[in-house]
Ligand binder design. Structure first.
Ligand code: MRU
Length: 386
């Protein structure tokens, strides 16, 4: 079953689908410089913790691959020290694009480690650049493989959990928040990957997903992904989660993560915490699906996770296609951005993420397996699995 693509590469050329224009227009943008990568991530043309990490890694690889082919060669290839002095600031700059998603930092730190190790091994500048190119591309390749592993671990665990409780293990109704599918990763997805796995193996009855305002990752992106994959699904407004749990049999809430603290506290799209509180009230298992690179052992608990505040204006605007649809001569639907608040509104609260305390999380699924919180425990000790 093939999903959508957020990044495509042809040799050194990198293109991303402009997620600001989805779901009505699929437009690929070429990203040719490190500044363009930074801008695309900051402006959310590409978003989702693993996808932005992959783009950053691929862009460093492509930048160096082009440099190796350039004639004359750029000055920074004159020595390993010059190369290091050129690459390290680029990695630092990329990491500043968005503060909460730690995968971006994990990718840039991994490239920085490769750089140091190759220089210290006495390699010449071209060989160091080759090592960085290989590492950057590996970071992207690994993402799809581990997403499929997580989906299988988490999906099988969920089905078994239901069987142990005397339920059939099939026909699961699963709710998710935000967008965690192939658009948010290098492919297949994390939480949405688990939902896809349940569907592919005949265990999913229906996926439910919140709109995830103000950016509408749910109603614009998850909606499109589920429609493309032909997975039966229902959208709800963020304020309807309590009503859904009261009136429908929901068997699990499955979400992704932007950063997981050592004790399991998890930062994810704003609205995740609300869903977790309501899930606890209704006895619904709450599952986080994220790669090991999302776990930040340097952060002991969620209070220390930096939370990105988006520009207040973003919470006042809704973007989409004009409706009833009107198309230009090429058949492209006309897009518009409309303001839904009075102009000049002051006092707008617009955090991009919130933190779900570990006590509300039933299990954390990584590519290494399922960490289940012990009965009565307040949190997890993730240092043993990272
Ligand atoms: O602001 P976004 O759209 O980048 O936020 C994305 C999320 O919160 C996702 O749930 C998270 O990055 C995991 S994506 C696999």
């Amino acid at each position: 079953m093939s999903g959508l693509t957020s990044i495509r590469t042809t040799g050194d050329k990198i293109e991303i689908v402009d997620q600001l224009k989805l779901p009505h227009t699929t437009e690929f943008l070429e990203i040719a410089t490190i500044e363009q990568v930074h801008d695309a991530i900051k402006s959310m043309k590409i978003r989702g913790a693993p996808a932005i990490a992959s783009l950053a890694a691929l862009s460093v690889a492509s930048h160096l691959s082009r440099a190796l082919k350039a004639s004359p060669a750029p000055d920074f290839l004159a020595s390993p020290e010059r190369l290091r002095a050129h690459v390290e600031p680029l990695l630092d700059f990329l990491y500043t694009a968005r503060p909460t998603a730690v995968n971006l930092g994990a990718a840039t730190r991994r490239l920085a480690r490769t750089l140091r190790a190759s220089v210290e091994a006495g390699k010449d500048a071209r060989a160091v650049a080759e090592d960085l190119i290989a590492e950057g591309r590996t970071i992207d390749d690994e993402d799809v493989i581990r997403n499929k592993e997580m989906a299988r671990w988490g999906g099988e665990w969920l089905v078994d959990r239901h069987k142990q409780r005397g339920l059939s293990g099939g026909d699961l109704n699963v709710m998710t928040v935000c967008n965690t599918g192939s658009l948010a990763t290098s492919g297949y997805g994390t939480a949405l990957g688990l939902i896809t796995f349940l569907h592919e193996t005949g265990r999913l009855q229906r996926a439910f997903y919140t709109q995830s305002t103000p950016y509408h990752q749910g109603s614009r992106l998850t909606a499109l992904e589920l429609q493309t994959l032909k997975i039966p699904s229902t959208m709800l407004c963020d304020s309807m989660v309590g009503s859904l749990f009261q009136h429908h049999d929901i068997h699990a809430v499955v979400v992704g993560a932007d950063r997981i603290a050592r004790n399991g506290d998890t930062a994810n799209k704003v609205g995740t915490y609300n869903a977790a509180v309501l899930a606890a009230r209704h006895g619904i298992p709450f599952i986080v699906v994220a790669p090991i690179s999302t776990v930040d052992l340097e952060v002991s608990d969620g209070s220390k996770i930096p939370i990105e505040q988006r520009p207040p204006l973003e919470a006042c605007l809704v973007r989409g296609a004009l409706y009833p649809f009107t198309a230009n001569a090429d058949g492209v639907k006309e897009q518009a951005t409309v303001m839904v608040t009075p102009a000049g509104l002051e006092g707008i609260y617009n955090p991009s993420f919130d933190v779900t305390p570990a006590e509300l999380i039933t299990a954390i699924v990584t590519e290494k397996g399922v960490a289940v919180k012990q009965e009565g425990a307040a949190g997890f000790d993730l240092s043993s699995i990272v």
